[in-house]
Design a protein around this ligand. Structure first.
Ligand SMILES: [Zn+2]
Ligand SMILES: [Zn+2]
Length: 73
C-alpha cells in the first residue's frame, strides 16, 4: 500500500498507517496522529481516562482535528 497524498506528485511512499476518516494510506510525512481522551472502567469501579490514538490524512485532519493538521513538518 502506498501513501495517497504522495501518489499525486508521482512518488510512492510506503504507508505507516491508515486514515480513520477516509481510509487512505498515509506515509510518515503525511500522517497526522491525533489523541483523544477515552473514559474507561466499569460502572462499579473508579473511572479513568486513557489517551487513544487516531491516524488521519492531512485532508481529514484539517476537518476533524485542525490543531493536529497544523503540525506540518
Ligand atoms: Zn505521503
Ligand atoms: Zn482521510
Amino acid at each position: 500500500m502506498h501513501c495517497l497524498d504522495c501518489r499525486t506528485p508521482g512518488t510512492n511512499s510506503p504507508t505507516i498507517g491508515v486514515c480513520q476518516g477516509c481510509g487512505a494510506g498515509v506515509c510518515a510525512a503525511h500522517a497526522r496522529v491525533a489523541t483523544r481522551s477515552v473514559r474507561r472502567g466499569s460502572l462499579i469501579g473508579t473511572p479513568g481516562e486513557a489517551e487513544a490514538r487516531t491516524v488521519l490524512c492531512p485532508v481529514c485532519a484539517a476537518v476533524e482535528a485542525p490543531a493536529v493538521a497544523a503540525l506540518t513538518r
